[in-house]
Design a protein around this ligand. Sequence first.
Ligand SMILES: [Zn+2]
Length: 454
Amino acid sequence: MLNSLVNWTIDTLPPSAIACAYRRMPPSLASTLGLFRFRQTVRWAARHSAFYRQAFAERNINPTKIRRPEDLGDFFTTPDDVAARPEEFVCRPPNIVFESSGTSGRNKRVYYSHQELTEMGHSMAAGFRLMGLTSADRIANAFDFSIWIPGIITHYGLMAMGCFCQAFGKVDPIEVYRRLESYRFTVIFGEPTWLIRLTELAEKHGTYPIKFLIGGAEEMPRAAVKWMEHVWQGAKLKMCYGSVEQGSALGFQPCEQADGYHLDNFDFLPEIVDRDAEGFGEVVFTTLRRRVMPLIRYRTRDVARLIPEPCPCGIRAPRITRIRGRRDELVVASGGNLYPLMFENILRPVAGLTHDWQVVFRLEGVREILEIHIESQRTDTERLEAEVFAQATDQYPDLMKNLALGIFQMRLIVHPHGEVRTARKLKRLLDLRHDPLPSASDTEESLAFTDVSR
Ligand SMILES: [Zn+2]
């Protein structure tokens, strides 16, 4: 009885009520409700999914005894599980499938029902409302509509908000730019690199009064944010943190605290696991409303830290920092743990670089080589190198101490514009030390460097 009442109430909530829940729900109530729905999800999955039934049986887990995530011990689901056996997760017939590239080279498939897509649209709309969008806004949605999710889920969110929109898909930015005036768009959605290309057009040919640029699917380089907000004269750049597996966004940027995300703890039960001394660990989530393909303790591979202090904006939904990097992009090299964000911090203050860069780790004999590939039209290469090394020394003295000790060699390799990014997603740290033949998933991304010599 209580179950069905809670479910009915939640499933029929309009976006405004969900937004109100993010904003005001006391953490203790949010946690009670989250755990209640967590237990329902575990029981549902154990009853209806071959994957969970088998995994629980192998670990002697009795689903009716599970009260909180920790009770599942070391049980997690992973991107590899979803890539290898997606259909075994499915609990009831789906209406739609999305795919995303898997780390193992196989695509992950994630299934949803029409009702789930509608509910996720309501959650997206709630997040958009908190970020400042209203039903009076006019939206250009240039997220990709092909085999993965951001275009469609954003579209469902916009339909739930009741605003005017054009569903572009990931078209050439010039197509959107040409229509900014006639449709009087106030908000533009797109992937970070796409928004950067659009902003280059606006810088060259003039801007229009835009309120928000909203990105997702990858982190936006920090240096780009200031430049974009400057070019668009008062527009705000906001990010959503989402993925095909999350469906709707797990994180939004509703307030001025742009260096992280408020989490949707209404649809997800988030955890940070395997934390290091600073509290950084892997973002793990359990879906709380999904019945077609529930994901329990799903390891995202993204690394972030919980921000325990309440946010000055007053929204009570929990917060995490910006994604520091991918757990599978953590490279233990050069005498330390290296994350993409470190190199972003090193390169950001250096003038004349594009936002695309890649760090490649190689071995020459036994010597470790760290190559920083950047794009620039600067011709003063020695000075450029000195600036990059000075930033590295300043910000990461331990790394440079290891360089001085001769533990590794660091090289800067300058490319013309457009040469570093050869795939949709740029793998920032590419470790080729123990893999003389690049794996299938690395090949595409490292093509640009096959002829680099120095
Ligand atoms: Zn806030």
